[in-house]
Design a protein around this ligand. Sequence first.
Ligand code: AMP
Ligand code: MG
Length: 277
Amino acid sequence: MDYSERLIVKPGEKLRLADIDPGFHGHNESHEKAMPELGEALAGITRLQELLYAQKKHALLVVLQGIDAAGKDGVCWHVIQAMNPQGTRVTGFKQPTAEERAHDFLWRIHNAVPGLGQVGVFNRSHYEDVLVVRVHGLAPKKVWEKRYDAINAFERQLSEAGVTILKFFLYISKEEQLERFKKRLDDPARHWKISEADYAERALWDDYVKAYEAMLTKCSTDYAPWYVIPSNHKWFRNLAASRIILETLEGMKLKAPEPTVDLDEIRAKYHKAEEEG
Ligand code: AMP
Ligand code: MG
């Protein structure tokens, strides 16, 4: 399956989440059946990220959004782990600090954008400024409604500077979210994840759906497309995210840089004498 093509939000298309099945799991019937494909994708990511790091001509930015318990942390753990930490930075965006609030909404974001040779992952992002801000009325409509254009201009500028942008919306059903909250309650190892705020956000589900649909419709562009990742099955979520990252890295035609030294000369000068001596 061509995951990128199957899951992309086509630029200009009006997206409705009701048309998408969050339980979709592609051609694999189970986690076990999907394991070889996942392993292969992760191995491919490992290999290509090393070339991206060595070549320093491209940057990759992966943006993760999704409702509470959709699996943003899970993708960081199970997918991003395939990359060498030395070329990778995960940034989580929480409620802005006083200093961040004193600046325009992209200020804190810009600073976390990966440089050439690097991979950056945003666990939440500038999209919170058209999601939580819109749903809770943290800014007036006339402020947040201009942000879609501002975001598109920002992302275009990044892409022109060599940053390839992938945006993953992790989509779970309302029932699946409740199941996951319940698992947290039943499992002492997960108690630390429980927050009453998550239940308050859940009550605003329909408002969030509207805000997600606006974000996906207005901000999926040729240079920074959104992908809706059906995420009720964690293994499919990880597989789809891995495959899209892999397909994107493959599209970069990455190559290790040419050696900067004459290899024969180095061999003769430093190895021969010692090896023969
Ligand atoms: P978590 O990801 O569960 O640790 O929670 C982070 C919280 O920060 C979430 O409730 C987000 O909605 C909130 N947050 C992130 N960015 C913003 C923002 N720009 N404005 C207001 N709240 C935000
Ligand atoms: Mg939370």
